[in-house]
Write a protein that binds this ligand. Structure first.
Ligand code: FAM
Length: 434
């Protein structure tokens, strides 16, 4: 397997770099932590290393050093498509190298061969009440696969620490291979008649999700999913889902346990679930006016929302200080394929008006759109209108990033995480209040 050989080959170099930092610079002070940071969710405290991706405040995400537009243009493309193969992206995340067409297709082939999901996983989903949130079902399906963990078995049998990553890689490939089918099953079980189209072996990982939910002949939606699943795959190592899954896997919990933990974080409304709020907000605006509002009407609507204490979903970001390039990539897609769609017109109108209104009081650090300001609109246009499902799509993509982080954490022998908590009284004593 090419990815395995490449990771193997790179481990000694990375270990050398880490060991050097540890040996020669272990007392070097990277930063300080203020009380404000502690009280505001350890905001901005540099706590970990991730070489898979990095969010630059002014450029947006770089996946293994490549910007979103570079990733989209340089990765090998799917058949009859202008969009990248997710298999190529996974190769890039795992090895740091841009794959050839053959290398990207190798990952796609591995996924195809390992895609079968055991019947009992479907039984777990089907035994849940129909009102269960799709993210709960998604996390449960991942957990249901946990008994298949090769790492968990190997650990019990006493496998060497230096080999942990190989089992994490196998588990990751097994899990990610099954994810499009799991997502498709949840969608069809929860919202349709429960019938999932069998996977088409001629389709790539991203398009096969589209095909399994009944969009086998919808080439544009398949293109959208190829775009979507690449651009949502990672957002460095310290956001809620990435950090959660890293923390859990640092206890040597296997990829199923740690990925499900990450998905549970993604399911929170301040993180991945935000995208369902964004589309709901756009639909509410449309419903309120029963048409596209004029600029004056929309401006008034936004101002009313703000003065009532609501946020404008899809705007602002904890790290980014420019328009999210993932928003821009999807804007370009929409301009090409759905320029006249009323909801897309509304997305553009909000984009034209909201940043200056949000920027007026100087409180918000980034009044520009994040990825969520548009992605729901695209799904909606192509008929995937069950908005509480959108975070599952986000999760399908994000599992590529989370598992890549975990494999490398084991390859580099990263330790269990154990920061320290203080009591309020200790802080009061330190600052001299008591
Ligand atoms: N509308 C109105 N006010 C906003 C705002 C928005 N879109 N974004 C930030 N603010 C306010 C924020 O509430 C805070 O006010 P207070 O000081 O009164 O608490 C102030 O501006 C400063 O916030 P910030 O430092 O600029 O942002 P944060 O780093 O605290 O929060 C977000 C970042 C993303 C949680 C925040 O911008 C927000 O709530 N946005 C709307 C929801 C959203 O789009 N979430 C998607 C997140 C996405 F990136 C993801 O994870 N999927």
């Amino acid at each position: 397997m090419i990815i395995k050989e490449k990771i193997q080959e790179q481990i000694p170099r990375w270990m050398e770099r880490i060991q050097r930092l540890k040996k020669e610079y272990s007392n070097f002070v990277v930063g300080e932590v203020t009380i404000e940071q502690i009280l505001s969710g350890i905001r901005g405290v540099q706590i970990s290393i991730s070489d898979i991706s990095y969010v630059d405040p002014y450029e947006g995400i770089r996946l293994r050093g490549y910007t979103i537009s570079q990733v989209l243009s340089l990765l090998p493309k799917a058949k009859n498509s202008r969009m990248p193969l997710a298999g190529g992206l996974y190769h890039l995340l795992l090895t740091g190298e841009l794959p050839s067409q053959k290398e990207a297709e190798e990952v796609e082939e591995i996924w195809r061969c390992r895609s079968e999901v055991p019947q009992y996983v479907w039984d777990v989903i089907c035994s849940m009440p129909p009102e269960t949130h799709p993210m709960t079902l998604f996390s449960q399906a991942i957990m249901a696969l946990q008994p298949q963990s090769l790492f968990a078995r190997a650990y019990l049998e006493g496998v060497q620490k230096s080999q942990y990553w190989e089992y994490y890689l196998e588990d990751s490939l097994n899990l990610t291979a099954k994810i499009p089918q799991i997502a498709a099953f949840i969608y069809c079980w929860k919202y349709k008649d429960g019938k999932v189209e069998p996977p088409d072996p001629n389709l790539d990982w991203s398009a096969s999700f589209a095909q399994m939910i009944g969009k086998g002949s919808d080439w544009e939606y398949q293109e959208l999913m190829r775009l979507y699943l690449v651009i949502h795959s990672d957002h460095e190592g310290a956001n809620v889902s990435a950090h959660t899954s890293h923390l859990v896997s640092s206890a040597l919990s296997d990829i199923y346990l740690s990925s499900a933990a990450g998905m549970n974080g993604l399911a929170g409304p301040l993180h991945g679930l935000a995208n369902q709020e964004c589309i709901r907000w756009l639909l509410n605006v449309y419903d309120h006016f029963q048409r596209l509002p004029s600029d004056e009407e929309l401006e008034g609507y936004i101002r009313n929302q703000l003065s009532a204490g609501y946020v404008i979903p899809g705007y602002g970001h904890a790290v980014l200080r420019v328009t999210d390039p993932r928003f821009t990539a999807q804007m370009e897609f929409a301009e090409q394929f759905l320029p006249q769609d009323p909801l897309f017109q509304l997305v553009k109108q909000v984009y034209r008006l909201a940043p200056s209104i949000l920027g007026e009081n100087g409180k918000i650090k980034n009044p520009r759109p994040n990825v969520d300001a548009i992605n729901g609109c695209l799904q909606y246009y192509y008929g995937v209108r069950e908005v509480d499902f959108y975070t599952v799509l986000f999760g399908v993509s994000r599992l590529l990033g989370l598992t890549a982080h975990a494999i490398w954490a084991r390859a580099l022998g990263k330790p269990i995480e154990r920061p320290k908590s203080l009591t309020t009284q200790m802080l009061e004593e330190r600052v001299g209040i008591i």
